[in-house]
Design a binder for this molecule. Structure first.
Ligand code: NDP
Length: 257
C-alpha cells in the first residue's frame, strides 16, 4: 500500500476568487507551490492576467486567469462555467473575494449594503452552488469561505460588512449540512487584521494601527502569508473529517478581550 502524506494536495485543481492581489493572491500562491493547478480571479482583467503570468513564472505551476464581476448572478454563472471548463473539474474552491465600506450607521447608503451583501455573501453561495455538482460527481471536494474577525465581533461604521461576514459562518454550516455526506468538506478561515489594499487606510492611520497592535495578543498586524498554512490544512486530506468549522487566524484577537 502506498503511503500518502496527509498534507499532500499536489495535482489538485483550485479556484480562488479575488486572487488578483492581497490575501487571495497569497492563498493561490500557497496552493500553486503545493502543486495545484490554479485559476486566479478578480474584477480587473489586466491585473488578473498579470498576476497569473507572474505566479506561473514564480512557481512553475499551471496558472490561469478568469476575471469576472461577482456582483451579478448572471455574470457569476457565465464566469464559473468558464472556470469549470478551464480546469475540467474543481477540487478546491476558496471563496475569498470581498469588499469593505465604512460609514456611520444613519448615513449608510442601502446601495452599498446591497453591494457588500452581493459580493461577500450571495456570490460565495452562487459559486459554491454551481461548483458543487462536479465535486459531488467526483465524491470529494474542499470549499473554504473567507470570513473575518467580524464574523464574530462587531465594530462601529461597518455594520453591513459584519452582517455579511457573520452570514459567511452560517453559509459555511449550511453548505456543510448539504455536502458533508457527499465527501465534500466546507469550512471557513477567518483572518484577523491583515495588511492588504483593503486595510491600507487603517494601516496608515497611526492611531488605528496602534489599537490593532494593542488589541491583538500577538501584538502585530497579520501578514498575508500567516494565512497560507491554515488554508493548506483545510484543503488537505488531513482535514477530511473537519466539517463546518471556522479557523480564526487572528493572533488571538477573538480569544482574548
Ligand atoms: P483586497 O481588496 O486586497 O482584494 C480584493 C480582491 O477581490 C481583489 O482580487 C478584487 O479584484 C476582488 N474583487 C473585489 N470585488 C470584486 C467583484 N465585484 N468581482 C470580482 N472580484 C472582486 O482584499 P483583501 O485581500 O484584504 O481581502 C480578501 C478577503 O479577506 C475578503 O473577503 C476580506 O473581507 C477578507 N478579510 C480581509 C482582512 C484584512 O485585514 N485585509 C481581514 C479579514 C478578512 P480586483 O483586483 O480586480 O479589484
Amino acid at each position: 500500500m502506498t503511503a500518502h502524506h496527509p498534507f499532500d494536495i499536489s495535482g489538485r485543481t483550485a479556484f480562488v476568487t479575488g486572487s488578483s492581489r492581497g490575501i487571495g493572491l497569497a492563498l493561490a500562491r500557497g496552493l500553486a507551490v503545493a502543486g495545484c493547478e490554479v485559476v486566479l480571479h478578480g474584477m480587473d482583467p489586466a491585473r488578473c492576467k498579470d498576476a497569473a503570468t507572474a505566479l506561473a513564472e514564480e512557481t512553475g505551476a499551471s496558472v490561469h486567469a478568469v476575471p469576472f464581476d461577482i456582483t451579478d448572478a448572471a455574470t457569476v454563472r457565465a464566469g464559473v462555467a468558464e472556470v469549470v471548463a478551464t480546469l475540467g473539474s474543481v477540487d478546491i474552491l476558496v471563496n475569498n473575494a470581498g469588499i469593505q465600506r465604512r460609514h456611520p450607521l444613519v448615513e449608510f447608503p442601502v446601495e452599498e449594503w446591497d453591494e457588500i451583501v452581493a459580493i461577500n455573501l450571495t456570490a460565495p453561495f452562487l459559486i459554491a452552488q454551481q461548483i458543487a455538482p462536479s465535486m459531488i460527481s467526483a465524491g470529494r471536494g474542499k470549499i473554504v469561505n473567507i470570513g473575518s474577525v467580524q464574523s464574530q465581533l462587531a465594530r462601529p461604521h461597518i455594520t453591513p460588512y459584519s452582517a455579511s461576514k457573520g452570514g459567511v459562518v452560517m453559509l459555511t454550516r449550511g453548505l456543510c449540512a448539504d455536502l458533508a455526506a457527499l465527501g465534500i468538506q466546507v469550512n471557513a478561515l477567518a483572518p484577523g487584521y491583515i495588511r492588504t489594499e483593503l486595510t491600507r487606510a487603517l494601516v496608515e492611520d497611526e492611531r488605528f494601527s496602534a489599537w490593532v497592535r494593542e488589541r491583538t495578543p500577538a501584538a502585530r498586524w497579520g501578514e498575508v502569508d500567516d494565512l497560507v498554512g491554515g488554508l493548506l490544512f483545510l484543503c488537505s486530506p488531513a482535514a477530511d473529517f473537519v466539517n463546518g468549522q471556522v479557523l480564526y487566524i487572528d493572533g488571538g484577537m477573538t480569544a482574548v478581550i
